[in-house]
Design a protein around this ligand. Sequence first.
Ligand SMILES: O=C(O)CCC(=O)C(=O)O
Ligand SMILES: [Fe+2]
Length: 342
Amino acid sequence: MAAASDETLLSRCEIPIIDLAHIGTDVCPMKSMVRRIGQQLFTALSEKGLAMLVNHGIAEEKLKAVYADLDNFCALPEGSQAQYLRNPDSNHGYIRPGMEQFDNTKKELRHSFSITTLSAAAMPAQEEVPEFTQHAVPLAHDLTNLSRVLLQALAYAFGVPPATMLACHSGMMKSDGCNRSSMRILYYPPVPPEDEGPCCQRDGEAYTRCGAHSDACTFTLVAQDSEGGLEVKLNDKWQAVGHLPGAILVQTGELLASWSTDMLPALMHRVVVPAGTYARARGRHCVAFLCHPDKDAVIPPIAPRAAAPPPPAFTPHVHLTLHHRLMNAAHHIQKRFRETYA
Ligand SMILES: O=C(O)CCC(=O)C(=O)O
Ligand SMILES: [Fe+2]
């Protein structure tokens, strides 16, 4: 069931909004700002599992360009698309509607191009989608750099050296197979699909856009072109998020939840078929950047610095447990892939 009213977390002012203006760059961050943002991020993720980032420096035009490229890719004949289908080993490539299911009770209407390597050879060819590579690669770098800023901010809040946190995520988008980070470009087509006749209330029962799940990563950055049905589970209730033009959402993933022993719980989320005819007929675009640690990373135990309640005592036993979980992060992700892909 979709969230009951037209109200959203945003319209009720229940989403923390974090302003990244003046934070500097990932290589030259402004320390005092990074510390402050670390505390804001920690509070937001521990209380809500998400925050909206504004003044993050990623121009809307860059997002619009990749949305248009995915539209052009989706318009190619199936035979052309087939050359780029997702490779299960690298997790790179095109995922047709129905190939990736988070919830097996409804058909998930979603096209996704998942980018894990920035090599031009792995992208749609110039003659098929002319500027796919030129648009996707810089955006992937921007989202990597934004993730590196947030990792440093979180490190301060956890009392971990920022360099350590960065070192554990050093392979993001390096295309060498040592890190599972991915940039997913997503298109949710109108509901029902154009070849299935007019829209009716029952479409929400047969179809969904993205089934309920949490992400098997450190955190996810989400940019979206419209509200289009994004919901999160808070206090056991599904709640519509709402859309703040230009903002990028950050959501806690399962690995951050594990390392923080659930001080920052993983956020369950989904995208439902919106109730209004106009929103259903419009389709929705989104970019989700899943920030993963390196496959061989060992993250030190983390505890909040100045947050209440007081940090749990990390005994050697807890350290061992965290270390053990971390060593199994790669296995955890493999298991999730087996459950999700047809
Ligand atoms: O479209 C969205 O907002 C969510 C996408 C998502 O959850 C995912 O790709 O993991
Ligand atoms: Fe997700």
